[in-house]
Design a protein around this ligand. Sequence first.
Ligand code: FAD
Length: 437
Amino acid sequence: MNQPMGSETSQTWYEATAPAPSREDLGPPRGVAACDVCVIGGGLAGITTARELQKRGRIVVLLEAKQLAWGASGRNAGFVGNGFAAGIEEIIERVGLRNAQALYRLSAHGTEYVRREVQRLDASIKMGDGIIIAQRVDDPAGARRYAAMMLRDFNEGLDVLSTEQTREILVTDRYYQSIRNPRSLLIHPLRYARALADDAQHCGVKIHENTPALSVRKEGTSLVVRTAYGEIHARHVVHCVSSLDRRIHPPTGRAVLPVATYVAVTEPLEQDAIRVRSGIGDMRRAGDYYRLIPDNRVLWGGRITTRVSTPSRLARMLKQDMLSVYPQLGAPKIDYAWAGLMAYALHKMPLIGRAPDGQWFATAFGGHGLNTTAMAGLLLAGAIADGDDEYRRFAAFAPRWAGGPFGRIGVQANYWLMQARDRRDEKAARQVRLAAE
Ligand SMILES: Cc1cc2nc3c(=O)[nH]c(=O)nc-3n(C[C@H](O)[C@H](O)[C@H](O)COP(=O)(O)OP(=O)(O)OC[C@H]3O[C@@H](n4cnc5c(N)ncnc54)[C@H](O)[C@@H]3O)c2cc1C
């Protein structure tokens, strides 16, 4: 893997609170093995794809370089809701309203899949309901317009909360109106990924952890995946490695950019600032996302960089962000802080499809991967096992070179630009309000 993960090795709250995996560890594969499909990468994209293929009668081998869900899939904020990392307006602009509606429906299948599987596998994976997105500028008409558009065009019923209602549940004068999606859910992502993987193994998927795939070559009608001790001969290969290995399949590797984001978890708090157990975010282009978790700890996420920061630095930064919204929280101790790497394509949509070399890929879910990895697993399993071509809806978002090191610089510069614009918009809104008072 060509992406050093640095501080990602610090323990997460999820690791501290998830039961150990109960699957049988097969160890690295030795010699030559054959299967129908070899899935590379054991995050939620790979686990779901492998499980769904095996359920459709294919013989599946899943290779994971480290431990399953060690990457973003086991360390994210746990918000599960419809949609994509790209905003709905951007998607409409690119593919038109009807195609955007079809894509949105697919993303909703992903959410429903997670909801159903959580219920079926272990109801304790679910940690709450609803996501609230708060505005940091006073724009009641804008909030109502957005909710009306989502209902009319996407059949998505959102509640608009007034400033008073918002501040009743989120006690901060940083927020004005907010939009709540009551059908979103919150999960313990590591518990979910482990339970799904246990179930995949139960269905027959052969899972090999600590087994990086080193290369893939074509040999007759087979694809041969090389590992340190053995080879897997497969009819199909599916790449689900996110941005953690951009060499194993260059056509997709060069189309993704690694982007880090951060989470901190406070000590247990006695607080009355956050009064709901929903997921909370704000509408800024580069906003915060957070929620209450058991023992009244606050799990606070935010920030984006193209290099992974150290845990002590990121704990300080996130604490500053948290106190800038809720100064009444005082000086909470940060018990856990970690980073996670996501993959982004330039258009911020997932890359799902089949490359000209015949290999399949499902990657670039960005910061909206909990529903979309499930959606991708369903789409690719349907395509490979049943010849279903629904996955082609993502053809408009084919892999394109993301600019290499220039792309990384561009992402970082763009984030700083977004932060500057967020600050400018908030300042302008404050001035308008003061002038009106
Ligand atoms: C801090 C954070 C917060 C987030 N919050 C949310 C949220 O609240 N809601 C939401 O929807 N999304 C969220 N996301 C995004 C979401 O977590 C990701 O989009 C999603 O988990 C990506 O899944 P994946 O399977 O593509 O990648 P990963 O989970 O990164 O898995 C890729 C796997 O591939 C393995 N691998 C790499 N190279 C090889 C190789 N050569 N051979 C074998 N295996 C290999 C890696 O070890 C890794 O396990 C968040 C992400 C982060 C980092």
